[in-house]
Design a protein around this ligand. Structure first.
Ligand SMILES: Cc1ncc(COP(=O)(O)O)c(C=O)c1O
Length: 502
């Protein structure tokens, strides 16, 4: 039995007993999901939805190997980490093997927020500094300590920025301060961090950490330009701080070629602390902080024990081990590369066809579709993005829109996503964009684009062999490498969408 209540009653009970700030997807018409498998979710009527947003169900919803591992260990033992148990050490060993050598010491937690909170404690204990540099629009978790360093949150609420928090511009080469026409956006954005450090020092403050997602997710699927992290790490280290890479969203092979997203920035960049969560347990609450022996020893020298009742328990670690096995056994990194490249190729064709698409950026199965009202000004198409995700839902495709302007369609499906899924998703998007552009009276067809240089590199031939990795090389400064400038002659979408359409 999948349901206790009718959908209406579930909604009514939720409104009565669950905090109103806990929001649902598609608030105007929420979906009740009763079961899921692989990349598909099913509602109470048995309707199947293609899940393009669930990066937590990393190896596929309810993967049988993961379910089996949890069940087997639950039958045997679950307890805290004060007892010796092989699952925790085996997991720590396997996890360390995926990371650069110096990142070898693990602390287990139950959520990405707990991992980031602990990372801040480690960083602050290391040199006794307090201040944190964070990126604009960043989200690092829901604990008080993380709301403080998450402009995505504190800029929307009544909170004010704390004096120990410094916000650096997001290294966004599409809509940010330094764009793809800048000769060296990586250095320019890193210089901003340097200036922040100098200003902090000037007022007697000391930097404990720079924290950033290896690719910004809530911030709008932003890929920092190549070389940015190296330069920032240098400035932060010189100031006695540490570099925290938040891989809660983007770790565990989502980018395909690399297991960790920070690795696509090159071997000469290694963070001092890496935090992870979401995909780690495929939905089971397990998360982790990995750091260097030096930082771990400094934390230990503070004299305070770290204890976390559920962190690293035998069931969680059994689940984590099963996830690692599935990623490897099913070559999900290879799949992320193949399907991701194919999807990007399909989306780039849509970009040439639809003036609402301003930018396609991504790597592996982490892709953003930046919608604009005006190609030249890059004005975010917020209402249109909201309209599109509802229309996609009607066509049984689950997508979300995020970023500071909520105009970036986020694609980050389970890694078992297939080429057929990619094609289906893009076909639905194409249909919706066509109708929308017709309804708003905007010319969209390729005749307009015939002589217009395009930001996005177009594939030269039809998608042929999905296994051949011959599309754009997204590993090296993807956002810059794939883009040229595309000043467009298009007029902005002028007609407003009706409320009903949204
Ligand atoms: C980048 C990032 N870090 C940390 C977190 C917090 O993780 P959790 O929700 O597991 O506490 C999130 C959650 O969305 C996140 O996106």
């Amino acid at each position: 039995m999948c349901e206790l209540y009718s959908k209406q009653d579930t909604l009514a009970l939720r409104e009565k007993h669950v905090g109103p700030s806990c929001k649902v997807f598609f608030a105007a018409d929420p979906i009740k999901i009763v079961r899921a498998q692989r990349q598909y979710m099913f509602d109470e009527k048995g309707q199947r939805y293609l899940d393009c947003i669930n990066n937590v169900a990393h190896v596929g919803h309810c993967h049988p190997e993961v379910v089996k591992a949890a069940f087997k260990q639950m039958e045997l033992l679950n307890t805290n980490s004060r007892f010796l148990h092989d699952n925790m050490v085996e997991y720590a060993k396997r996890l360390s093997a995926t990371l650069p050598e110096k990142l070898s010491v693990c602390y287990f937690t139950n959520s990405g927020s707990e991992a980031n909170d602990l990372a801040l404690r480690l960083a602050r204990e290391f040199q006794g500094h307090e201040d944190v540099i964070t990126l604009d629009h960043a989200y690092h978790g829901h604990l008080s300590s993380l709301i403080e360093i998450s402009p995505y949150k504190f800029q929307k609420g009544k909170d004010v920025k704390k004096e120990f928090v410094h916000v650096a511009p997001t290294p966004d080469t599409y809509r940010g301060k330094y764009r793809d026409d800048h000769p060296d956006p990586a250095s320019a954005y890193a210089e901003e961090v340097k200036k922040i450090i100098e200003a902090a020092h000037h007022s007697g403050r000391k930097i404990a950490a720079f924290i950033a997602e290896s690719m910004q997710s809530c911030g709008g699927q932003i890929i920092p330009p190549a070389g940015y992290f190296q330069k920032v790490a240098e400035y932060v280290h010189n100031a006695g701080g540490v570099f925290i890479a938040d891989e809660v969203q983007v770790g565990f092979g989502r980018v395909g070629k690399y297991f960790w997203s920070f690795q696509m920035h090159g071997e000469d960049f290694v963070p001092d602390i890496v935090t992870m969560g979401k995909p780690m347990g495929n939905g089971h609450p397990i998360a982790c902080v990995v750091t260097t022996r030096e930082i771990a020893e400094a934390f230990n020298n503070s004299g305070m024990e770290y204890f976390n009742t559920y962190g690293g328990n035998p069931v969680s670690c059994a689940v984590g081990l099963a996830v690692l096995d599935v990623i490897q056994n099913e070559d999900l990194q290879g799949n992320a590369t193949r399907v991701g490249n194919y999807l990007i190729e399909l989306l780039n064709r849509q970009k040439a066809k639809h003036i609402l698409i301003g930018d396609i950026r991504g790597i592996g199965l982490f892709i953003g579709i930046d919608l604009v009202k005006d190609q030249e000004k890059r004005t975010p198409a917020t209402a249109e993005a909201q309209h599109i995700i509802y229309k996609m839902k009607e066509r049984r495709v689950l997508l979300s829109a995020d970023g500071p302007h909520r105009n970036v369609l986020k694609v980050k499906p389970p890694l078992c996503f297939t080429e057929e899924d990619a094609k289906f998703m893009v076909d639905q998007l194409d249909g919706i964009l066509t109708v929308l552009e017709e309804a708003t009276g905007t010319e969209s067809e390729s005749s307009i684009f015939a002589n217009t240089p395009c930001r996005t590199k177009m594939p030269e031939k039809e998608h042929g062999d999905p296994l051949s990795n011959n599309t754009t090389d997204h590993t090296e400064n993807p956002s810059r490498k794939r883009n040229g400038m595309c000043p467009s002659k298009h007029a902005p979408l002028s007609k407003k969408l009706s409320r009903h359409d949204r």
